[in-house]
Design a binder for this molecule. Structure first.
Ligand SMILES: C[S@@+](CC[C@H](N)C(=O)[O-])C[C@H]1O[C@@H](n2cnc3c(N)ncnc32)[C@H](O)[C@@H]1O
Length: 233
């Protein structure tokens, strides 16, 4: 899907985004539990870059656990970022956040980051070379010892187990009150607008962006999350 259409979808979903996914919070809470362990060796004043920050869920979770960290949220959807801004104010973390409405290429250059998160973002980049380019551009913003945490939907969509996983995934959504129309839209989107690739392939793409071979540290249904470090030759 091109950026304009994707942006329109997230702009339109922004106001209801958090409510809609509330019942599925355990999926991401498990990820955040591990995420904080994965990043816990960073210094007390670490700078974290969150690409595709959305409504700021991962930043808020990390900000609570690591009170000295500073976060830069890169988010092309103004309405999604606005929801995050309100939440950040409520949490009292605004002074620890930089809000950038736009893509990573327009983020002013500054001090390199200790870590970057990109949760459920690269899957929307359908062309493989552009997806590699996305990770390359993240690498350019990181310190030589910087971490990347990336999560995406991942599976071998040609396999029998994907058919089963997808059915379980859709039932879970339905149990969480996602309506039939929305479920149909999701099925279509997964087949057409989301690059759901096997976990080995996603690992290869991340590594081609200039990172060490990533470690898959979390899987929950279709969601997979990898941790890697900048590859210093
Ligand atoms: C599925 S949401 C995930 C939001 C958040 N990371 C989370 O896990 O709740 C994906 C977000 O990435 C943003 N996005 C999509 N493509 C992007 C890109 N190329 N660069 C940065 N952000 C992007 C969208 O606007 C959207 O807010």
């Amino acid at each position: 899907m091109d950026n304009k259409k994707l942006l329109a979808i997230f702009n339109q979903q922004a106001a209801s985004y958090d409510n809609q996914w509330e019942k599925l919070a355990p999926l991401r809470d498990g990820l955040y539990l591990l995420l904080s362990a994965v990043l816990s060796d960073l210094p007390n004043n670490a700078r974290i870059l969150s690409i595709g920050a959305g409504t700021g869920a991962e930043i808020i979770s990390l900000a609570e656990k690591f009170p000295g960290w500073h976060f830069t949220a890169v988010e092309p959807s103004g309405p999604m970022l606005e929801v995050f801004r309100h939440k950040a104010e409520k949490q009292g973390i605004t002074s620890r956040c930089t809000f950038h409405e736009g893509y990573l290429d327009s983020l002013p250059k500054g001090e390199a980051f200790h870590a970057a998160t990109s949760l459920l973002v690269s899957q929307f980049i359908l062309e493989q070379d552009k997806r590699v380019g996305f990770f390359q551009s993240i690498k350019q913003r990181l310190r030589p010892d910087g971490y990347l945490i990336s999560s995406d939907l991942s599976s071998d969509v040609d396999s029998y187990s994907y058919l089963n996983l997808l059915e379980i995934w859709m039932r879970m959504m339905s149990n969480a009150d996602v309506g039939p129309e929305k479920l149909n839209q999701m099925r279509t989107a997964y087949a057409r607008d989301v690059a759901i690739l096997p976990q080995e392939k996603v690992g290869e793409i991340i590594a081609s962006g200039g990172f060490e071979q990533p470690t898959l540290f979390y899987q929950c249904g279709l969601i997979h999350a990898w941790r890697t470090k900048v590859n210093v030759p």
